[in-house]
Structures are given as structure tokens and as C-alpha cells.
Design a protein around this ligand. Structure first.
Ligand code: ADP
Ligand code: MG
Length: 248
């Protein structure tokens, strides 16, 4: 079943991508082959500079690939960024509704949806706040609500917890898992924090650097909700940490 392309949100086969430098092209992604099952939570881990963010851009079609094939079995992909990427001149509600505005959804309807999504991330009381009046955790929740507003079937998140303190990140992770369940969407998350990736993921794809490549795909077959203090959990974390150390 793992090889059935119709059950996959995403299938990449032997994908290469380069950056055009002044004199020569620099290979950023080499021979990337991976698949993301529908409804799965898949994490991409690996050292800084491995091409994780580049891979997300290629998957979204924001950057061309030079060879190989990408099969995209999703209708709407939404992205959540490490640095939130909110518009500072728009309120929380206007930020969440922004994508809908771009789609031409009438004001009343997009505000209704925007409020609903703010509620899903627990921020309904802050709809009139501007980003500079929100904490990092609140900003990331607005970013998540904005992504959810377009009802994505693929949610891509690039290091969404990296700028958050541990307690804030824990709360957001718990809510994200609830949201993932209730939407039934596929989540592809770049996350270099191994315990996070083991807690959240069905599969972890480990990338190596120079050039960016897939080193290994590790299935995490632990029951959910996951016991992050259990022996099995730590065994997985150790195994993955060792793999990443060996590719760094
Ligand atoms: P990661 O997200 O895994 O840290 P990136 O995808 O950001 O890695 O970068 C992968 C490699 O591509 C790095 O060596 C980086 O310097 C290079 N790179 C990223 N963006 C560009 C760009 N716009 N032009 C040239 N090289 C880039
Ligand atoms: Mg990155």
C-alpha cells in the first residue's frame, strides 16, 4: 500500500533542483525520492543547510525542479512559516482572512470563517490585535489559523516551533495534533528538533547536506497519544539523533 500512488498526497521521484549562481549552478537537492501518504503526519529532519526549506518551496511549485517528477495529489496546500510572516498592518482577523480576500470571498463570509479559525486556535478574543501586540506563540497561532482558513488538504510547516519557548511550543503541538485529527489533512513539517518529530510523526525523513538529499525514512510506529517519557520514545529519539549526527 505504501507504494500505491493514489494513496499518496505527494510523490517525488529523483528530483533535482539547483540555484543559479553567478558562474555555475549549485545543486541544492539531489535525487530526492520520497512519498507522503494521505492523512499522514510526516516530518523532515536534518542539519541546517540540508535543503529542507528549498524542498518545501519545490513541493509548492514556488521554485522549479531541474529533473525528476513530482506528483501532487492535493487540492489546496497552505504554509506556516518559522517567522510567522504576518502582515504587521493587518489585525489578527484580517491576517487570517487574507487568503480568502485574495480568493475574492466576500467580506462578511471571510470574517465569519476567520473568526471560526481564530477560535480553533484559541485566539477568538484577540481578533482586533495587531501582530506587534501578540506574543510569539500567539503569532504562530494566527499563522496556523490563516493556513486553516483555506481548508487545506496539505499543510506544510517550516520549523513552526523554532522561535517559541518550550511551554508555548508544547501547547501549540497539542492543539496542532487535535486540528490534524479533526481536519484529516496531510501535514508535512520541517522540524530539526528530534523529540518533537518523534512525538508528532508517522514518518520522519532525514535529509543530509551538500547536496541536500534524502538519507533515510524512519517510520514511527508508536501508539498515539504518545508517551514522551517511555523507553520506546527515547529509543526512537536516540536512533534518529544518531542518524542525523552521522549525516551532519
Ligand atoms: P535548510 O532549510 O535545510 O536549512 P535551505 O533549503 O534553506 O536549507 O538551504 C539549502 C542550501 O541552499 C544551503 O546551502 C543554502 O545556502 C542554499 N540556498 C538557499 N537559498 C538559496 C538561494 N536563494 N540562492 C542560493 N543558494 C541558496
Ligand atoms: Mg530552513
Amino acid at each position: 500500500m505504501l507504494n500505491d500512488p493514489s494513496k499518496m498526497t505527494l510523490v517525488l521521484s529523483r528530483v533535482n533542483a539547483s540555484f543559479a549562481d553567478e558562474e555555475k549552478d549549485v545543486l541544492a537537492l539531489e535525487d530526492i525520492t520520497l512519498s507522503v501518504p494521505q492523512g499522514a503526519f510526516v516530518s523532515i529532519a536534518g542539519p541546517s543547510g540540508a535543503g529542507k526549506s528549498t524542498l518545501m518551496r519545490v513541493i509548492l511549485g514556488l521554485m522549479p525542479h531541474t529533473s525528476g517528477t513530482i506528483v501532487r495529489n492535493f487540492s489546496r496546500a497552505a504554509m506556516v512559516f518559522q517567522n510567522y510572516a504576518l502582515f504587521p498592518w493587518l489585525s489578527a482577523l484580517e491576517n487570517v482572512a487574507f487568503g480568502l480576500r485574495m480568493q475574492g470571498v466576500p467580506r462578511q463570509e471571510r470574517e465569519h470563517i476567520g473568526r471560526e479559525k481564530l477560535k480553533e486556535v484559541g485566539l477568538e478574543h484577540l481578533e482586533n490585535h495587531y501582530p506587534n501586540a501578540l506574543s510569539g506563540g500567539q503569532r504562530q497561532r494566527v499563522g496556523l489559523a490563516r493556513a486553516l482558513a483555506i481548508s487545506p488538504d496539505l499543510l506544510i510547516m517550516d520549523e513552526p516551533f523554532s522561535n517559541l519557548d518550550t511551554i508555548t511550543a508544547e501547547a501549540l503541538k497539542a492543539d496542532l495534533l487535535k486540528i490534524w485529527r479533526s481536519y484529516g489533512m496531510t501535514i508535512l513539517m520541517v522540524n530539526h528538533l528530534i523529540p518533537d518529530a518523534v512525538e508528532l510523526s508517522d514518518n520522519i525523513i532525514v535529509m543530509g547536506a551538500h547536496p541536500g538529499r534524502v538519507e533515510k525514512t524512519v517510520p514511527i510506529n508508536l501508539p498515539r497519544p504518545r508517551d514522551v517519557r517511555g523507553t520506546q520514545f527515547f529509543t526512537h529519539v536516540d536512533t534518529l539523533t544518531e542518524i542525523i549526527r552521522s549525516v551532519s
